[in-house]
Design a protein around this ligand. Sequence first.
Ligand SMILES: Cc1ncc(COP(=O)(O)O)c(C=O)c1O
Length: 470
Amino acid sequence: MKFRTRIAKRARRPAALVNGRRPPRPAASGRRRPPGPAAKAWVARDRKVLSPSLTRSYPLVVARASGATITDVDGYRYLDFTSGIAVTSTGHCHPDVVDAIIRQAKLLIHMSGTDFYYPSEIRLAEQLVALTPGRHAKQCFLANSGTEATEAAMKLARYATDRPYFISFLGGFHGRTYGAMSLSASKPVHKEGFGPLVPGVFHVPYADCYRCSYGLKPDSCNFHCVRVIEEELFARTVPPEEVAAIVVEPIQGEGGYVVPPDGYLAALKALAGKYGILLMVDEIQTGMGRTGRMWGCDHDGVVPDLMMTAKGIASGLPLGAMIADARLMRWPAGAHANTFGGNPIACEAALVTLRLLTDGLIENAAAVGRYLLDRCRELQARHRLVGDVRGRGLMIGLDLVCDRDRKTPAVEERNQVIQRCFERGLLVLGCGRSVLRLAPPLIITRRQVDDAVAVLDEALNTVERRAQAG
Ligand SMILES: Cc1ncc(COP(=O)(O)O)c(C=O)c1O
């Protein structure tokens, strides 16, 4: 009885939003909007004890979540187009994932794969080597996060090739630990005050065809940005025989959801192959079906020498993986290891996640992703703020610009749209300088896409009106 009363009470709270059935209505003035009092109180407590380096865009304090819906501590409900930064691939608290977690927690929580064996870690590694591109023998190193997967790949690339240098890309992001941070080049704040970084990393422009560093067009440039690596970098600065790996994201994530043209990864792979350089592909955000295929590099039919993945792999449990050609894995016992990597509960969650992805969620990501892309292009046609819409599967970015000719990033406007969406019950994040990133869970439906687009439409209208008035 008590339980029912609480539910009813919660249902009477002001719904910030958006569930599948009715289109979101603009809140009348004076009507309550998030954050509510409980969220404000939690944020005040958080400020006292958590690191100010965290990057919260709005005061969402989550109480619980299910599928693509989040409920905050005041009872407001939101549609989640962030997936907790592209992590909850199967939706929040998918019942099969929850069951697997509970089952495993009753059997074994930890024993450390570094010093001991247990079946879940071995079964997951078997699945990963089978699912990654290429039929050759591969081996895995399991970690707890994307950045650790990157560190492992960086160390293995140097060890296996006996070469010191890396080539990575402007706009790239590979993590926050020293090696990964040194490979990254998306925002100065990531590095400011932390030098010296790991030496031997050369950054070159990515295939960002919306804002091409060379002012060229993709249909006529003949991959100028790849040729420059050979014709300029190798010819003047770095002997290619000393480069261990080219490190690349199939779509730049943190850097602004930048989608390179078809054939770009294949061109990098050909260049790398010519000089015995490894291709190290960062699938931490693009992997696990997010782009409508299992891996981002599948769109180009490229087989990486080393691959990193994390984020969506275990539906929210911390897990990262580095998968490499077995011929590279020649490092001896003790050369690289950790305490928690390949935790049995995380591995079981990953095994269920992989099953759900291959049983239909990747197909859903491709189909609903196409629909979302089309709906975003309609927004672009209606809103002058939207300069570019790009993406694959459910990894879609709207690049907001002050004027379409100069493509001046509309940074403040982008932040206002994110804030307005939050107030109206849609959770989105930014990336790059002025990009709205849409990364819903792979279970998302067309109806939820319609709800989200309606909120985005209203938010863009509001911000455009404000900009005109101001
Ligand atoms: C492409 C890419 N690589 C690496 C990372 C780092 O992953 P983690 O935050 O799990 O360390 C991220 C995280 O955003 C990412 O998007």
